[in-house]
Design a protein around this ligand. Sequence first.
Ligand code: NA7
Length: 541
Amino acid sequence: MRVIPPTELDVLVVGAGFSGLYSLHRLRTLGRSVHLVEADDDLGGVWYRNRYPGARCDIESVDYCYSFDDSIVQDWTWAERYPAQPEILRYINFVADRLELRSGISFDTRVDAMHWDADAFVWLVTTDRGDTIRARHVIMASGQLSKPQLPDIEGIEQFAGELLHTGDWPRDGVQLTGKRVGVIGTGSSGVQTIPQVAKLAAHTTVLQRTAHYAIPARNHDLDPAYVQDLKSRFQDYREIARHHPGGTHRHIGTESALDVDPGALEETFHGHWEKGGPDILAAYRDFRTNEEAAEKAGDFVKERIREIVKDPETAEKLCPKGYPFGAKRLVLEIDYYTTFNRDDVSLVDVKADPIERIEGNDVVLASGARHELDVLITATGFDALTGPLFAIDIVGVDGQRLPDAWKDGPRTFLGIGTHGFPNLYVVAGAGSPSVISNVLISIEQHVEWITTFIDHQFRNGIVSAEVDDDAQDRWTQEVYDIAAPTLFMKGNSWYLGANIPGKPRVFSLYLGGVGHYRDICDKVAADDYAGFTLTRGEIKP
Ligand code: NA7
């Protein structure tokens, strides 16, 4: 039975993924009245919904986990280097059970609207279940990649077969065996699912618009001795990551790829290729900023593709073109390129011959070519970062709506708050390192900072905290300035909002480094939360 949310709260948390669950736990331990609402019928956020075959994290399991409770660290044992979705979901449930979090969560409850009441200093929150909640503070833990985006293709909603999105996979699974399956989208989700789909389907048609760079994950079962050793020194291990630019343990090269002789370069690339994982991105200091340097790695990957894929024409189509290596998120693959050596898999270049419409069971291309399908999987990504927030009618000071305040792109201070929207905090969203880092490190840092701030306010008679306009201007500019010289600007990816028609093209994640960002946040707190206007007052009933 649904837990009915209280009508009055110190803090409402939206979303039961990693961010929301830790927020709930932290605020409980701080003694605040707190409740969490979740639109889905169970825990896990994106890891509840991304159940497509092959769904897997591209950060190593021993890093993609909480560190705040050492008993959880000791009592949970990861099985694989890169955890698959079921293992992550089991972990999230393990943590929620251990901390008895379910009693504080209303499932099947979607927040429709949040309006700031400037007289009472509360958010008036309404849900699709008819709940009305007055919350002094709201923490948005609604995810970065939680609003799936269907491609804008004529007739897609009327597809006569089964239409699926990887980010909203049916809870009970899907029967793919013996079916003619099409996949649109070859980013991380597409690359993960295509090899698994191909094992089941009678025929798999991959409709590729842009080839992404993918390098081997080299996933494997973890050696128990390795896991045990890591557990014995986990907090020290984690502390290094907390101060690392990416929130990882990745070695960051100091040389330019342009200064290294070809033999040494080749050896380094081969080393990364054999080891697997995304560390190649930091092999040289200029991979993020110099196209000629990045192209050295790009050329290496293309050579490997041509080696693996037997049909030269297919291999050429799979070689990324038109953007530098690293400009889009680097994809980790398991059996992806070899899948195209199967007779029952075909690759269609829909950049050369675009999808014109869907008609009945057919995907119809501009040339008139038709691909008849029983199942159409869209692995077409998400309305990232802002999408989940804009889905809620968030109205701040003087009736201002969040999409209007952010019409030219997200404007935040530290990514945490926005001018005109007091007492509203976003965990690991735009303006912070978020998903450009090991997001679990970033989530823990944000949750700890935000909940400490909220607690500070209650202890000091502060009824509202609003970001100052000028602090927001400076921070937003800094975020954009750091991103401007990077190759991310050339990626045409969801990082830039390029996948959503009409979305402002801005790179809104903070690239200044996780450790540096943490120091900035800590300094803001030490300076009595400089950059926020804190209002003291009597709390009206
Ligand atoms: P991504 O990385 O946004 O990839 C989406 C893919 O879908 C990409 O290949 C797109 O091609 C393709 N796409 C989108 N719309 C269309 C249409 N209309 N026609 C053909 N192809 C299309 O999403 P993912 O789910 O793979 O990954 C998102 C993040 O989740 C990932 O970075 C990890 O952090 C986890 P395009 O490149 O736009 O030409």
